[in-house]
Design a protein around this ligand. Structure first.
Ligand code: UD1
Length: 340
């Protein structure tokens, strides 16, 4: 009997790709999503990719009665928690919304899990917990710091999970610190579709390449990096999704608890990404250099060795795959999951 896994926020960008990885890895996955920042249109695409019905419950992780019922009725062995807000600027403007949704939502989810006796959890953390890193590559032992309410919610939850595990060793908790997920499933059926103007680089680049936006604004070319533009650890969403499969096996089969980076260990600048995208897809990405974006850092990339040692996972896909897959998704779905 394959184990049943609940993906809270499973209809989003990372959740939907992880859904595919888990089903292909032999698990039965169930999605719980309130569609506050995702589209139900993803469900039909997931059905096509996996060739089977996609169990999905519409609801919020804040609804304790619902979550408890789902955990019990569906006989859930573990939860992978993606349901959170993630826009840095918005979190500065609306901090209480972020603390309520991200931290409050997590507390409700953990209480429901405890009540239902399901104490296996994978949590989506972020490289944002490192704030402005003292050095790169960044190992998990690096000092953490806060540079936005969004980042603070991740940090608070990491600490909360540590305390929970200390208090009751029946909890097995895998915390995954994502670097910069980009790309899309190679089918072109699922991908990232920001509701408004994209905050993140790759969706902006694909929209410019398609002519939906006139040019890319590169936020600063005066950083202390080889070409002056910001350096990040872009990781293919397929590799990131696969990391969840490895993490899940570790908590379910070894009752392990851990905090690991999910990155490639390679840093690329904004200009590197733009040039690779143009070359890989034979398309132009006009850009202008503009002022730095407040809160941005010069360089951020992972030391990914711990995930390899503990989980046996490592990223396999390169920047070219990230660029071609992101482009295929954007071309086939210029308006995301809405009618194309
Ligand atoms: C951002 C968040 C981070 C969050 C992550 C995932 C900030 C400061 N950080 O990471 O906390 O976990 O997204 O949602 O927002 N860039 C441009 N032009 C653009 C967009 C981006 O030049 O239109 C540059 C940025 O300055 C940066 C790089 O591209 O150097 C990557 O930016 P982005 O994709 O927003 O990711 P992060 O800032 O690393």
């Amino acid at each position: 009997m394959s184990k049943r896994i609940l993906l809270t926020g499973g209809a989003g960008f990372i959740g939907s790709h992880t859904y595919v990885s888990l089903v292909e890895g032999g698990y039965e996955a169930v999605i719980l999503d309130d569609f506050s920042n995702s589209s139900p249109g993803v469900l039909d695409r997931l059905r096509v990719i996996t060739g089977r019905a996609v169990p999905c419950i519409r609801g919020s992780i804040q609804d304790r009665a619902l979550v408890c019922r789902v955990l019990r009725d569906e006989n859930i062995s573990a939860v992978v928690q993606f349901a959170a807000f993630k826009a840095v600027g918005e979190s500065v403007a609306q901090p209480l919304r972020y603390y309520d949704n991200n931290v409050g939502g997590m507390i409700g989810l953990l209480q429901s899990m405890n009540d239902a006796g399901c104490r296996n959890l994978i949590f989506s953390s972020s490289a944002t917990v490192y704030g402005e890193p003292e050095s790169v590559p960044i190992a998990e032992s690096a000092r953490r710091s806060i540079n936005s309410p969004y980042g603070h919610t991740k940090l608070i939850i990491e600490d909360m999970l540590g305390a929970l595990h200390q208090s009751d060793p029946r909890w097995a908790i895998g915390t995954l610190r994502y670097f910069n997920p980009v790309g899309a499933h190679p089918s072109g059926l699922i991908g990232e579709h920001p509701r408004d103007i994209p905050n993140n680089l790759m969706p902006y680049v694909t929209q410019v390449a398609l002519g939906q936006r006139e040019y890319l604004s590169i936020f600063g070319a005066d950083y202390d990096t080889p070409d002056g533009t910001g350096v990040r650890d872009y990781i293919h969403i397929q590799d990131l999704a696969n990391g969840h499969l490895f993490a899940l096996k570790a908590i379910l089969e070894k009752a392990a608890s851990f905090v690991v980076n999910l990155g490639t260990g390679v840093g690329y600048s904004v200009l590197d990404l733009v040039r690779n995208f143009e070359a890989a897809n034979d398309v132009a990405v006009p850009y202008r250099i503009v002022a730095r974006r407040p809160g941005d850092i010069a360089s951020c990339f992972a030391d990914p060795r711990l995930a390899n040692t503990l989980l046996g996972w490592q990223a396999k896909l390169g920047l070219r795959d990230m660029c071609t897959d992101a482009w295929r998704w954007q071309q086939h779905n210029p308006r995301g999951y809405d009618a194309t």
